[in-house]
Design a protein around this ligand. Sequence first.
Ligand code: UD1
Ligand code: UDP
Length: 367
Amino acid sequence: MKILTVVGARPQFIKAAVVSRLLAAQSQCTEVLIHTGQHYDERMSDVFFRELSIPVPTANLAIGSGSHGAQTAQMLIGIEQELQKHRPDLCLIYGDTNSTLAGALAAAKLHIPVAHVEAGLRSFNKRMPEEINRITADHCSTLLFSASPVSTANLLREGIAQAQIVEAGDVMYDATLFYLDGAVNHQDVLCRLGLEEKSYALATLHRAENTDDPRRLCAIFDALLRVAEHYAVVLPLHPRTVAALQRQAIAAEVRTRLRIIEPVGYLEMLALERSAAVVATDSGGVQKEAYYAGTPCVTLRDETEWVELVELGFNSLCSPTVGAQRMAEVILEAKEQCTALAKDVSLYGGGRAGERIVEALAGFAGR
Ligand code: UD1
Ligand code: UDP
């Protein structure tokens, strides 16, 4: 069976690394990898292909940045051409980016079955572009890989048949386990930044709802500056947020008081997450990695899709609308929490999500 995989954004490279490695190790499926070019900076793309030994994509469509409509439309054209050229038996997509949406739509319109990894995640907030992308992708899919019972229940509630759903778990947990040894060798990132174990807060920020709303953006940076009065705050900054800071003209002050660095590679990121005293983020992936690393996490959003971690007490949800002072307090308090909680290794698939996905794909080939 020939599988055409569509990736385009940073978290998709990490997820695809897990499944592509397992696909390459078996004989029933061959994979054609298409990179839409949604992320293109060396630190947003190439570094992951290099570090995680992901095969060089068969094609890079080099779509780049743009408005939702323009970016998705160009991806649709490019992916459709690749699908017609390679005539795969199945199109494999990951997550909830515009690359996911374009892959799902292009394949479904050509009557090529779609398999969606990370199906069933819902924030129930349709103002998020990701929510529209994931609902559409799920409803274009034939095979849906959910990460948890909550995600499975969301799909069933929307009328998707149980027979289409495989509760595989989270491939990012597999990735964390697989690359952990490599991350140990990247511990020197702490020396480079002059940081000591458990003495700093690690923050990431890139969600449109935070970067594109000046009030939320300013409140978050004000909160991080307050945290920085107690601990170093390290912030590998997404290019979207760099641009937003420049628009708000608050770059100069925060640069002197926060450790703002360029995005790091995945192995350095795992090392930074493991050694941080607390993580503050609006990233989906980083919320879970903090849990996998045993580091307390505060999610700077109004809601999260990964509700299990909030319910179990590993993650504190803190809307930026509560203001800078309260946000800073929640981050400082979280540092003291949750280390006593026992991690449930079976949550999110126990590190075998990739195996389950490849097994189901091979089974699909046999149908
Ligand atoms: C995208 C996804 C988001 C995901 C995130 C992962 C959508 C709608 N959003 O958000 O769900 O969490 O990726 O990181 O697909 N830029 C660069 N260099 C790059 C890439 C982007 O400078 O290599 C800048 C550009 O100014 C661009 C902006 O970042 O306009 C936003 O990039 P885009 O890919 O549109 O969305 P993300 O915010 O990265
Ligand atoms: N990540 C990374 N370097 C960074 C920031 C994040 O390698 O500087 C990794 C992080 O470890 C996680 C993934 O990127 O595996 C999360 O991607 P992102 O936050 O961009 O997107 P989301 O998960 O929110 O869709």
